[in-house]
Ligand binder design. Structure first.
Ligand code: C2O
Length: 543
């Protein structure tokens, strides 16, 4: 493979959106950031130079990072942040992955503006498992705040309340025609009659699952999270934050301009969200200028249309029979959900602005994940530094209750901890992820670093090991790095722990990470060099 060298300079840059100019943190002055294009088997060396006033790290979302965990990027998980004035070179190789991934900041809420596409094409001389498209376009869905996103996050942390919702959704950084002062910068995606375009759709939004559709056009899904899928046709996509979906779109309509649009999928009731619509324009090149056709708006499902989401996610299959572990060595049941902590006695009530004077929290198995401050978990693991984490996740067995129903508040006050779960190299792991629906039933996009996993089943209600195992697809389940766990439901994933290191698993709604909806696996070294994590690079940022 080829080695691609890049320099990413992080700095505050004036960005004009929704009528005002804001000093936003960007990479190389670009928002969204640069698209990286590589082939399977290539290596990347990205030197990140921090000229901003914030600590930052970058994460290469979905890259397996085989034996290169030092380059994964989540702050205080694999590395300490790159301080203002500092730099760090992320070096890693793409091994066996093809399709669309992305990169983003993994500290605070900096990924609101610090993100970009990472496109992995087949090896030289190899081709896609579908007819070669005439064009390819990354479609990055995002969220825009008029306020500084870091301030929004810090304010929420201080008050214990929910953070302000975003002021717009965006496609390739642009809100589009339906927002004030945004029309003339609307993203245009060109196409010619008869052509096929490969849209690489990425949900880079911070806190919002999104529907996506293109007026009058069908979309053929051919991949997700850099794994190919058995092609299927749909008129609408749903992506949780973190997820990517590759679709082919054929220009088989009368030449005109058609809107592509994205809007919220909001499974939680009574939770504020932005119900506006972002648009871009699919423009047939042969559209007559003088003809000034009004673009046609696609119909998108209602914001709470869970049945459309279920039908869509259940359409995903691997293209052929895959090698899912049929037996497992480790079987975990992990609840994901929000909680409410009562206001500590020494807190002024302005610091407890959650429902009824509480503070929001979130947890896995009632443990709210706390990151260390002076070491990264990976460094502490590799160097045997004591006192940074424990490996007793979840510590006390999870309380069994009806996850879908009315639950007493007493089950709803997670403890805090830095509890990891240790996996032997090569162990076959099953995780049942169960939405608790306690504060609000929500579709949680659960992302595991360092791995792709098979989603072998999902369903609603409480997972029942007696009857739900009959739903397991051990033949051709989809391979992904982020699973949208159904609201009031569950999903089952399987993977083989073949990548040594420390790997965080978290909800990709950033506000939920702040509240602690995470845990991490320690995967031990196996036998010999090829099953072990090498030492960190010389410029590795320590605290
Ligand atoms: Cu894309 Cu830990 O995240």
């Amino acid at each position: 493979g080829v080695v691609h060298l890049h320099q990413f300079v992080i700095r505050a840059t004036p960005v004009k959106r929704l009528c005002n100019t804001h000093n936003s943190i960007t990479v190389n002055g670009m928002f969204p950031g640069p698209t990286l294009e590589v082939r399977n088997g290539d290596s990347l060396q990205v030197k990140v130079v921090n000229k901003a006033r914030y600590n930052i790290t970058l994460h290469w979302h979905g890259v397996r990072q085989m034996r290169s965990g030092w380059a994964d990027g989540p702050e205080f998980v694999t590395q300490c942040p790159i301080r203002p004035g500092g730099s760090y070179t992320y070096s890693f190789t793409i091994q066996g992955q093809e399709g669309t991934l992305w990169w983003h900041a993994h500290s605070s809420w900096l990924r609101a503006t610090v993100y970009g596409a990472l496109i992995v094409r087949p090896r030289l001389g190899e081709s896609y498992p579908f007819p070669k498209p005439n064009r390819e376009t990354p479609i990055l869905l995002g969220e825009w705040w008029d306020a500084n996103p870091v301030d929004v996050m810090m304010e929420a942390t201080r008050t214990g309340g929910a953070p302000n919702i975003s002021d717009a959704y965006t496609i390739n950084g642009q809100p589009g025609d339906l927002y004030k002062c945004s029309s003339k910068d609307t993203t245009i995606v060109p196409i010619d009659s008869g052509e096929t375009n490969l849209l690489r759709v990425i949900n880079a939004a911070l806190n919002q699952p999104l529907f996506f559709a293109v007026a009058n056009h069908k979309l053929t899904v051919v991949g997700a999270d850099a794994s190919y899928t058995k092609p299927f046709t749909t008129s609408v996509l749903m992506l949780g934050p973190g997820q990517t979906t590759d679709v082919l779109i054929k220009a088989d309509q009368p030449p005109a301009r058609y809107y592509m649009a994205a809007r919220a999928y909001q499974s939680a009731q009574n939770v504020p969200f932005d119900n506006t619509t972002t648009t871009a324009i699919l423009e047939y090149k042969s559209t007559k200028k003088g003809n000034a056709l009004k673009p046609i708006i696609p119909s998108l499902p209602a914001y709470n249309d869970t049945s459309t989401v279920t039908a869509f996610t259940q359409s995903f299959r691997s293209p052929r029979k895959v090698n899912v572990p049929t037996n497992v060595d480790e079987s975990l049941f992990i609840t994901v959900g929000l909680g409410l902590n009562s206001c500590p006695p020494n807190f002024h009530k302005s610091r407890c602005q959650g429902p009824n004077g509480t503070r929001f929290t979130a947890s896995m198995n009632n443990v709210s994940f706390v990151l260390p401050k002076n070491f990264s978990l990976l460094q502490a693991h590799q160097q045997g530094i004591p006192g940074v984490f424990t490996t007793d996740f979840p510590g006390n067995p999870p309380v069994k209750f009806d996850y879908t129903g009315n639950v007493s508040q007493s089950l709803n006050q997670p403890i805090t901890g830095t509890k990891l779960y240790k996996l032997k190299f090569g162990s076959r792991v099953q995780v049942v992820v169960q939405d608790t629906s306690i504060v609000a039933p929500e579709n949680h996009p659960i992302h595991l670093h360092g791995y792709d996993f098979y989603i072998i089943a999902e369903g609603f209600g409480n997972f029942d090991p007696k009857k739900d195992t009959s739903k397991f697809n051990l033949v051709d389940p989809p391979l992904r790095n982020t699973v949208s766990v159904p609201a009031k439901g569950w999903a089952v994933i399987r993977f083989v722990a073949d990548n040594p290191g420390v790997w965080i698993m978290h909800c990709h709604l950033d506000v939920h990470i702040n509240w602690g909806l995470a845990m991490a696996f320690v995967v031990e070294n196996g036998v010999g060099e090829l099953q072990s994590l090498p030492p960190p690079p010389p410029d590795f940022p320590v605290c």
